[in-house]
Design a protein around this ligand. Structure first.
Ligand SMILES: [Zn+2]
Length: 231
């Protein structure tokens, strides 16, 4: 009944170590089936090489386990909150990939410095503030979801346009129409974070990408007259 999302979540999770985005058991990907109101997510603390599709735990959008023998990822409630409120998301990734996490720890938005960034976003990649003590003491992982959504609301950003965020002092979350796209975004974010760091090291006063280039690169991939790729 849930095999399709278990398989999708499994394949997507297995991409994380291959792409160099995770160490040990760090990181988690989920894949949603909106018609059934559930998602499949990696079990907590199981090494990637020991995972199988059937190990993916099925959870509803309130964070309750629907099916599965193992405990789901400790970040499951963050995924549940985002699925529940952002209704067009089909996959979510959380990693502690080094470069994106370095920016999160520095509590800095990743400035749009180049066209790689502009191929995906027209704005700096947002860094939500660190969670306050009440949120940390309470239902921490659940509140992490709200920290992300509140920050998007405050910035007037759309989750459909910006599919990535840093949580201050913590690490990145990315999402997309499915788990595969969410993993793709996670790898792009890591690369953009790395490039921005090096650019600012080479020249700390390097300017942001100018508007004409931002628009050119974003529009040729995502605009009405997009001509990037083969369709
Ligand atoms: Zn984390």
């Amino acid at each position: 009944m849930y095999q399709h999302i278990q398989e999708e979540a499994y394949q997507a999770n297995m991409q994380l170590p291959k792409l160099g985005l995770v160490l040990f058991t760090f990181g988690n990907v989920s894949a949603a089936d909106r018609s059934k109101g559930v998602f499949a997510i990696k079990p907590s603390g199981v090494p990637y090489e020991k995972l199988s599709p059937a190990d993916m735990v099925i959870v509803d959008f309130d964070g309750n386990t629907v099916e599965g023998k193992m405990r789901p990822s400790s970040d499951t409630k963050t995924h549940a909150v985002l699925y529940k409120h952002w209704e067009k998301i089909g996959g979510i990734v959380h990693t502690h990939s080094s470069y994106a996490t370095a920016w999160a720890q520095a509590q800095r938005d990743i400035p749009i410095m180049g066209t790689t960034h502009a191929d995906y976003n027209t704005v700096d990649i947002p860094c939500a503030p660190p969670m306050d003590d009440e949120m940390i003491k309470g239902n921490y992982e659940y509140q992490t979801g709200f920290q992300i959504m509140d920050h998007f609301a405050k910035k007037g950003m759309s989750y459909e346009e910006v599919e990535m965020v840093l949580v201050g002092n913590h690490a990145p979350f990315t999402w997309g129409k499915n788990a595969d796209k969410a993993v793709h975004n996670s790898a792009v974010l890591e690369e953009v974070a790395r490039m921005a760091l090096f650019a600012l090291q080479i020249n700390p006063s390097a300017p942001r990408l100018k508007d004409s280039l931002i628009r050119k690169h974003y529009e040729r991939k995502h605009g009405a007259g997009a001509y990037y790729g083969q369709n």
